[in-house]
Design a binder for this molecule. Structure first.
Ligand code: AMP
Length: 173
């Protein structure tokens, strides 16, 4: 995927949302037609569409990329959401943050048992969010086959928390 240089459209915002964090702002990528197309095309190429049945994205930026990808490869989409947002029966998973913890939820009937699921989010940092997402999908009977990110922050080694599952990122920084 070396030919895709999406770095051009990623804006670094220092000290957001708190001091010491360099926030990777993807809005310049989304608002540029070429950038948006390059990122979705990169995700299409990252995993063979024959290797998965459905795409799962994590709120909220995982929805943007995951849904566009799912449409491109003619598959459905599963949202993983913050607590209290999904209206049907849910499974919940909490995970640790630097300070405190967070929870994400999925509908218990979001996918058929045994379905192969491609997980999508905009950015892999410590891996806690995606680790929780993988647990949720497995708990409802899905079988995650890969994790695709637009950006991976290499220095945080987040992929080490995701086990043996293949991980692809369009941009490693
Ligand atoms: P983590 O659970 O640490 O891997 O964090 C991943 C989630 O937090 C993703 O949903 C990202 O959107 C968000 N995130 C974490 N760090 C950053 C960052 N430096 N810039 C933008 N988003 C981030």
């Amino acid at each position: 995927m070396a030919e895709i240089t999406i770095e051009h459209w990623i804006r670094d915002v220092p000290d957001f949302p708190k001091p010491g964090i360099v926030f990777k702002d993807i809005t310049p990528l989304l608002q540029d037609a070429e950038g948006l197309r390059a990122s979705i095309e990169g995700l299409v190429q990252a995993f063979d569409p024959d290797s998965y049945d459905i795409v799962c994205g994590i709120e909220s930026r995982g929805f943007i990329f995951g849904t566009a990808l799912a449409d491109r490869v003619n598959k459905g989409f599963i949202p993983i959401r913050k607590p209290g947002k999904l209206p049907w029966k849910t499974a919940s998973q909490s995970y640790e943050l630097e300070y405190g913890s967070d929870t994400i939820e999925i509908h218990t009937d979001a996918t058929e048992r045994g379905n192969r699921v491609l997980m999508v989010d905009d950015l892999l940092a410590t891996g806690g969010t995606m680790e929780a997402g993988l647990k949720l999908v497995r708990r409802i009977g899905g079988s995650p086959v890969g994790c695709a990110f637009v950006i991976e922050l290499d220095f945080l080694s987040g992929r080490d928390r995701l086990g043996d599952i293949p991980v692809q990122a369009l941009l490693n920084v």
